[in-house]
Design a protein around this ligand. Structure first.
Ligand code: AMP
Length: 396
């Protein structure tokens, strides 16, 4: 038995889950928010209790030190050495990482060099890796990439219709994201369907604050809605999803914006459900406002459903049919209305929601009728356990 910790470091946050492995028993978890700002918030969950500390936490190294000390204080561990493995979520692995990797100095340098593909995320992920290395230099350290699962996409799906040398010279292509989540739910879906993963055709819908849809054939991603970066695809909390690139110079001219990065910032942070509704990026708020008759909120919802349906439709086409549609992540797991509306609009494809089974939040189950040709599954995602499993696999 050994303890393994899964780490998800953002630019100002750090999430952790501690497992007893190989039993896969979750022991403790937590989150530190507002790292580098004042009044940072450190929340730990252990044995059904929640512990909250508010104080200034200057950087990721101090944050990790606090996590380890808290685990000792709560007697979760007796000393640092009890943790023998750490897995770090890394957003961009480019074409370099087709699988998770043991972190060496070279791997760390490669993660940093991939910052071009994920300027907000990879530097933060690397900061978490370095901070852990300093405090626990001798434990097994593994990087798990959001993009790895999508490296099985065929050329016709990952290439843009741009001059070929932009791909060959600059690696400009689709990489996708949320791979760990799509992989987890695909594996669970095969088990729920009682079918070998290699024989399944699935459309997995990760609908959270960020969202992506993936066509999974035989357990391998063959296409996904996010693109070169996580900006592309469906409408998200604050992101546009797909738009016509010609709108950018047009809008920059109208808005007197001269720096393209300012425009991209709007597409990433001021658009999506938030931009359309001017209520919130949070689905709960938008649903509530629409229910009270707010027209823009209703339009935001209609656009969201529409974009999800269009991607599901595309993936029915390239998969030539599917065994199941899977819903996961914050909205996918917790909004029965979203699932119902999306599937009701696609009955022609042979999917039918069972209203009673669908009336549930966050529980793994089949939510289609017994007659439904295409099954509809609700599967809460678990990216952390996938990270811990990869630490075990690569340690062996
Ligand atoms: P995630 O990024 O996976 O944490 O998902 C966050 C999204 O899930 C936000 O848009 C939340 O509003 C949405 N969400 C969480 N709980 C619910 C709920 N009960 N009903 C509708 N949306 C929810």
């Amino acid at each position: 038995m050994s303890k393994t910790i899964a780490i998800n470091a953002g630019s100002s946050s750090l999430k952790f889950t501690l497992y007893e492995m190989p039993a896969e028993e979750e022991i403790a978890s937590g989150i530190i928010e507002r790292i580098g700002l004042n009044n940072s918030i450190f929340t730990t969950k252990y044995a059904g209790e929640k512990y909250k500390v508010i104080e200034d936490i200057k950087n990721h190294e101090i944050a990790i030190q606090m996590v380890l000390d808290k685990l000792i204080e709560l007697k979760v561990i007796a000393n640092y050495e009890e943790i023998t493995g750490v897995g770090h979520r890394v957003v961009a692995g480019g074409e370099l990482f087709k699988d998770s990797a043991l972190i060496t100095d070279e791997v760390l340098a490669q993660i940093e060099s991939l910052a071009e593909f994920a300027p907000l995320h990879n530097p933060a992920n690397a900061t978490g890796i370095k901070a852990f290395k300093k405090l626990l230099p001798n434990i097994t350290s593994v990087a798990v990439f959001d993009t790895s699962f999508h490296t099985t996409m065929p050329k016709e799906n990952y290439l843009y219709s741009l001059p070929m040398e932009y791909y060959t010279d600059f690696s400009a292509r689709k990489y996708g994201a949320h791979g760990t989540s799509h992989k987890y739910v695909s594996e669970r879906a095969a088990e729920m369907l009682g079918k070998p993963l290699e024989e399944t055709k699935l459309i997995t819908c990760h609908l959270g604050n960020g969202g992506s849809i993936t066509a999974v054939k035989g357990g391998k991603s063959i296409d996904t809605s996010m693109g070169f970066t996580p900006l592309a695809g469906i409408t998200m909390g604050t992101r546009t999803g797909d738009i016509d690139a010609s709108l950018l110079p047009f809008l920059m001219n109208k808005l007197n914006i001269t720096d393209i990065n300012d425009m991209i910032y709007i597409l990433n942070n001021k658009s999506g459900l938030l931009g359309l509704s001017h209520i919130s990026s949070d689905m709960r708020d938008v649903e509530e406002a629409a229910e009270k008759g707010n027209e823009d909120a209703q339009t935001a919802l209609d656009i969201f459903y529409n974009r999800v349906q269009k991607y599901i439709g595309q993936y029915f086409a390239i998969l030539n049919g599917a065994d199941a549609i899977v819903f996961t992540a914050g909205i996918g797991e917790n909004s029965p209305e979203t699932r119902q509306i999306i599937i009701d609009g696609m009955n022609w494809f042979g999917a039918e929601i069972d209203a009673e089974a669908n009336n549930v939040r966050g529980k793994e189950r089949i939510i289609s009728t017994p007659e439904s040709k295409v099954k509809v599954l609700l599967i809460p995602t678990d990216e952390e356990i996938m990270i811990a499993r990869d630490v075990e696999r690569l340690r062996a």
